[in-house]
Design a protein around this ligand. Structure first.
Ligand code: TRP
Ligand code: ZN
Length: 869
């Protein structure tokens, strides 16, 4: 590749480092535009792979001084990204003094200021913005960190590990020194200095050690801290019980900051969280917020073993920690809450976002092979498909076998920086499992397709399933191999009872598809069964199976897996939408589907459905993105026309029942699983009722004084129904919540969903809103991200206004925060999948970015890929 951005890195070129750094002493003197960092390290040659020159990474640093073994050192070269020290000894003490400017650092990477507090973000390659270093995860050091700052302004000085000293300095300043006994890569370093309210608690580990738990929040936010604290304690206990993993330091700290590029960061002993992913109380937060916070607090905690104690050799191995840790946080949520609902959430992410990534220019395997900007590979593929790959292993090995493999992995590699291959080896060695074919899931990109045919022979009393796997080329990989695909199944008889597969000659309910085509034969079958395939989404594939609507609805009624009931319902609804696509607004939803929906509501009203949250899911049409995945060229207008028509028909047909639900179920505003489920159903019902102007009083009451969950759901229902009352409701909501930034993000979110031709002007007007800020990623995502990702009709407006709006924003964000810009560009990358008019308009925006004089590496990598060939 030729570009202004140097060359991409390849997995195949991995070389161990020439030098190791075993200890690092940092002395950080915090000043807004002139922070001085003194770094003393013990450097040792890698005897197996020696060199004379030491090349250190460093960006946006001012070099003040270099010393080698106590003597000033001048034999170096320096450029924008590296410091090259010539002819250094094989073992020496290196001292480097540099300066950086947190106040002007708007990238939110390295050391920066978030609303007056100093904080750091080093993953993946941000440590090099703090000091010159071997900023790669296979260089692990023991850290001792001294922080100095003004005492009144920054009473709390925090870093990884344990505080070993603190005291006052001259001029009203003070210091604290921290020591982290565990060796770690630089990406896990963290430093925080600020003034906070602190929620303190403690946890006694399974072996009886007491751990201090501390949650640091902005002054005045203490009421929003208890949920995260309770989540943390649940996570600590769950990891002991399910994975036999115990916490290892005496203190665990979490800091909430407002300016943050991602959700949260697992720095050793000192997690930094986006305030949106940690702060919640019953007044200001939705049920989703509570759930999300519990899962992210868990996720970061679980990294302590899968990520920190055992870390990644290089960034191509990111899924080693992220896929595994997402799997662990999903299991945590499922063990504590509803397994089916958690599975539905995870599968929606796969089908809407991950399948789209595979189908676009950024397609990559869960272990990428080529990277220009690492920040671009924190993707749904690495994280969520990575977790699906771990889940397949779990399905194949069983819980016991999986845990045996985990134990082997941790025992072998504690304290090391390792690879995905090391993980697979541990799993296969512990279980005698031949992983040679399974491993291809790590190197092969794309969404496999599985075709299914069924045959029933009444005479032979045989039922035969023929499965075949198909792999299309992706942008990154022309040819593919067959994979080992676990296919969990259930066969239902006409009464809806599950057949015992054992009695029909099949030993396991998980079929293993490893060849191009295989037949699975079931004997002694007297009537044609209904097959539930890929139960619980047992593999991340697309399934092609001409199953009749009747069979699908039979599964909705009878499958043992609640997930599979939902899955069949989605297939049935998608099938109906695709069948009627040509009819646009005149599309008619099948009577049988409408009948199933009323049965479902009747059952819910009669207390015969045990999980109302599942009922809520069963009532919902597939999303625009899910439907898009069925097409190579997405018929935007037809999809929206048919889904709108169906939504209207459901609303009209079920009006009475939906109305009965909202009068019968009352929200007690509690946090129990049942109350949450009730609200989920109420929210779905309001979505339909707003379309037929029924129960308007109920909806408005919820908007005004309902729980945050229902207040937002009510307003959203009015907006999506383009109801004339929606504007007034939005205004009223803003007046009520303008003092709370996180709640105002929810309001921006709703604004972004508005339809109609004035929606663009409305959005750009909101750029001037006192709460909006281009520098804060939460604000940008709440408004512009939500518009581009969740408002397909407006984003894809035929005149290109939606694309231009995003293009304008990206031009601006490219300078301020390239990481944030790069996350936002996603919907434009799919330009080839739209009609020629839209293609042209989307491409124009990409071309406009391509020629920006200071295009960031982050955007360059994506734009370049999207436009090439
Ligand atoms: N490791 C973090 C997680 O999975 C992700 C993360 C946080 C991150 N901040 C980041 C990744 C900044 C890249 C850049 O929880
Ligand atoms: Zn993670």
């Amino acid at each position: 590749m030729t570009s202004q951005h140097g060359n991409a890195k390849y997995l195949k070129d991995y070389q161990p480092p020439h030098f190791f750094i075993d200890t690092l002493t940092l002395d950080v003197d915090l000043q807004p535009t002139q922070t001085t960092v003194y770094a003393r390290s013990e450097v040792r040659s890698n005897g197996a792979n020696p060199a004379n020159d030491l090349v250190l990474d460093g960006i946006d640093l001012t070099l003040k001084e270099v010393k080698v073994d106590g003597h000033t050192f001048t034999n170096y070269d320096i450029n924008d990204e590296q410091l090259l020290l010539r002819d250094v000894p094989q073992h020496f003490v290196l001292e480097i003094t540099t300066a950086c400017s947190p106040q002007t650092n708007s990238s939110l990477e390295g050391l920066y200021l978030s609303d007056g507090a100093y904080c750091t973000q080093c993953e993946a390659e941000g440590f090099r913005k703090i000091t010159y270093f071997l900023d790669r995860p296979d260089v692990m050091a023991e850290y001792e960190v001294t922080i100095k700052a003004d005492k009144a302004q920054f009473p709390y000085l925090l870093s990884n590990g344990n505080k070993i000293a603190s005291g006052d300095l001259a001029d009203g300043r003070h210091f604290a020194t921290w020591h982290d006994p565990f060796k770690k890569p630089s990406y896990l370093f963290a430093l925080v200095a600020g003034d906070f309210d602190v929620l303190r608690d403690s946890y006694t580990t399974v072996s009886g050690r007491e751990v201090a738990l501390e949650l640091y929040v902005d002054k005045g936010n203490l009421s929003k801290a208890p949920h995260a604290m309770a989540s943390l304690k649940r996570a600590m206990q769950w990891d002991e019980q399910r994975f036999n993993l115990e916490y290892d330091l005496d203190v665990y700290m979490i800091v909430a900051v407002d300016f943050f590029n991602m959700g949260a960061m697992e720095n050793k002993g000192l997690n930094v969280f986006n305030s949106k992913c940690v702060l919640a109380n019953e007044e200001t937060s939705t049920d989703r917020d509570f759930h999300l916070i519990e899962s992210i607090v868990g996720h970061e905690y679980f990294h302590n073993w899968t990520g920190n104690r055992v870390t990644c050799r290089d960034w191509f191995q990111l899924s080693l920690k992220e896929g595994l840790t997402v799997f662990r946080d999903q299991e945590f949520s499922s063990d504590l809450g509803s397994r089916a609902l958690n599975r539905i959430d995870a599968v929606k992410v796969m089908r809407t976002h991950q399948f789209a990534e595979d189908a676009g220019p950024m397609a990559h395997p869960i272990r990428p092979e080529k990277v220009l900007e690492m920040n671009n590979f924190y993707t749904v593929t690495v994280y969520d498909k990575g977790a699906e790959v771990i889940r397949m292993l779990h399905t194949l090995l069983g819980e016991q076998g999986f845990q045996k493999g985990m134990q082997c992995y941790i025992e072998r590699h504690d304290g090391q920086a390792v690879t995905c291959d090391d993980f697979i080896s541990a799993m296969s060695d512990a279980n005698g499992f031949d992983a040679s074919q399974f491993k291809r899931w790590y190197s092969q990109s794309g969404t496999p397709q599985v075709h299914v045919q069924e045959q029933f022979d009444a005479q032979q009393q045989q039922y035969v399933l023929t499965l075949s796997q198909h792999h299309s080329p992706t942008a990154d990989q022309p040819s593919k191999d067959n994979l080992l695909i676990p296919v969990a199944i259930e066969l239902l008889d006409s009464q809806g009872k599950a057949l015992s597969l054992n009695a029909h000659g099949v030993a396991d309910n998980v079929l293993q598809l490893h060849q191009s085509e295989q037949q699975f034969v079931f004997d002694n079958i007297t009537e044609r069964p209904v097959a539930v395939l890929f139960e619980d989404f047992s593999a991340p594939v697309k399934v092609q199976f001409e199953q009749s609507l009747n069979d699908q609805l039979h599964i909705v009624r009878h499958a043992s897996s609640d997930f599979s009931r939902w899955d069949a319902q989605q297939s049935a609804l998608s099938g109906c939408i695709l069948d009627e696509l040509g009819r646009g607004e005149k599309a008619q939803l099948d009577e049988a589907v409408l009948a199933t929906l009323s049965d479902l509501l009747n059952a819910a009203l009669a207390g015969q459905e045990h999980d109302l949250a599942l009922v809520a899911e069963l009532l919902q049409l597939p999303s625009f993105d899910t439907l898009s995945a069925h097409f190579e060229q997405v018929p935007v207008d037809a999809i929206t026309a048919v889904t709108e028509a169906f939504a209207q028909q459901i609303a009209e047909h079920l009006q009475v029942l939906l109305s009965e639900v909202v009068t019968q179920l009352s929200d007690d505003k509690q946090q129990s699983q049942q109350s949450v489920a009730k609200r989920a159903l109420l929210a779905t019902c309001m979505g339909y009722l707003a379309r037929v102007d029924t129960q308007l009083e109920f909806i408005e009451t919820q908007a005004h004084q309902g729980s945050m969950t229902l207040s937002l759901a009510a307003i959203k229902a009015l907006i999506l129904a383009q109801h004339p009352r929606s504007s007034a409701m939005l205004d009223e909501f803003a007046a009520r919540w303008q003092h709370d930034t996180l709640v105002m993000d929810k309001w921006f979110n709703l604004q972004a969903l508005r339809k109609g031709s004035d929606s663009f002007a409305n959005l750009t007007r909101l750029y001037q809103h006192p709460h909006f800020s281009w520098r804060n990623p939460n604000r940008v995502r709440a408004l512009i991200g939500a518009f581009a990702m969740s408002n397909p009709t407006q984003f894809h407006a035929k005149d290109g206004q939606g694309y231009a709006l995003l293009g304008d924003a990206l031009v601006k964000l490219n300078d301020i925060n390239p990481q944030n810009a790069s996350r936002l560009i996603t919907p434009l990358l799919a330009w080839r999948r739209f009609d020629s008019t839209r293609q042209q308009l989307m491409k124009e925006q990409l071309e406009r970015l391509k020629v920006l004089p200071k295009l960031s590496k982050d955007l360059f990598e994506k734009v370049d890929k999207a436009l090439s060939e």
